[in-house]
Design a protein around this ligand. Structure first.
Ligand code: GEK
Ligand code: PPY
Length: 269
């Protein structure tokens, strides 16, 4: 490989910059992959900070050598962040993504950037994947793209896959319960995008493309769903405008119980 690896190739996001007769549903195709690092950094407040915290959360909560799933890993940014913080024997990374274009690029990037670390990327649907036991599961802006009716079943399966004492990190675009508060957050979010160089046309066309594709929940909905899935505790540790990140813990108390017997009702830590 010469000075610049394939993984460095990222273009400025101009996908919605020209007027479109018909705005198609947003999808993670080749065009999005080509500009994805620029798109996500200019579009998600706190994205870099949340990635940076993954290593710190893992350092505190991950059993040495345990598996980390990064679900909807896109280009493997979560894996890069963890490998930058943790020793090669501290964890085994499994990224999963449905988009073949994302998976191909993620594999190249992680192979080039994380020598010595155990990094794999699976092309698949996180709703149907057979999960191995894991010490940490990351969903960084992925659950929001699943049909709302599929979200609870996934969280229940992830709870079952987590080892006792394991941690889940769930980052999401959120909706505020109160309509006025929500409108204020969305307006300031559009200001944030404008300040990051997006035009009104880009903001409005992307908004149309994301309708019924990215469906945000409220934080209350997330916490209640996590509790129903079995998580003993969940905390919102980060919120910037209408983007937030939550950690949820599987109690050590499950150590004495068979994995399959984990109850679907919440328990105290
Ligand atoms: N059912 C599914 N199964 C697997 N993958 C899926 C599914 N649905 C969507 N995806 C994948 O979830 C990812 C969401 S992006 C995650 C950013 C990353 N986590 C990051 O930290 O850079 C978030 C965003 O673009 O706002 C895409 O790569 C989809 O292909
Ligand atoms: O751009 C938006 O409006 C978002 O909600 C964030 C985002 C970032 C990358 C892909 C899709 C949505």
């Amino acid at each position: 490989m010469t000075g610049s690896t394939m993984s460095d190739a990222s273009y400025r996001d101009a996908i919605f910059s020209t007027p479109l007769d018909r705005v198609a549903r947003f999808s993670f195709d080749e065009r999005v992959v080509a500009c994805f690092p620029d798109m996500i950094r200019r579009s998600v407040p706190g994205y870099g900070q949340i990635l940076g915290m993954l290593g710190l959360i893992a350092a505190r909560h991950l059993r040495h050598g345990a598996r980390v799933y990064d679900l909807g890993c896109s280009l493997g940014a979560g894996g890069l962040a963890l490998a930058g913080r943790l020793a090669p024997d501290a964890f085994r990374y499994t990224g999963v993504d449905l988009s073949p274009a994302m998976v191909a690029r993620a594999r190249e990037t992680l192979a080039a950037e994380c020598p010595g670390h155990a990094m794999e990327v699976i092309e698949g649907d996180i709703r149907t994947l057979e999960y191995a036991p894991a010490g940490m599961i990351v969903l960084n802006f992925t659950l929001q793209f699943l049909p709302p009716e599929d979200r609870e079943a996934l969280m229940t399966r992830l709870f079952a896959a987590l080892e006792p004492g394991g941690v889940l990190v769930l980052s999401e675009k959120i909706r505020a319960e109160d309509e006025q508060e929500n409108a204020w957050l969305v307006e300031r979010y559009h200001d944030f995008k404008r300040a990051n160089g997006y035009s009104d046309l880009e903001i409005s066309q992307k908004r149309t493309a994301l309708e019924n594709v990215l469906v945000p929940d409220t934080l209350a909905t997330h916490h209640a769903r996590l509790a129903r899935a079995g998580f003993s505790r969940s905390y919102t540790w980060c919120q910037l405008l209408n983007f937030a990140s939550v950690v949820a813990f599987k109690s050590e108390a499950f150590k004495d119980a068979a994995f399959e017997d984990a109850p679907s009702t919440p328990r105290e830590a």
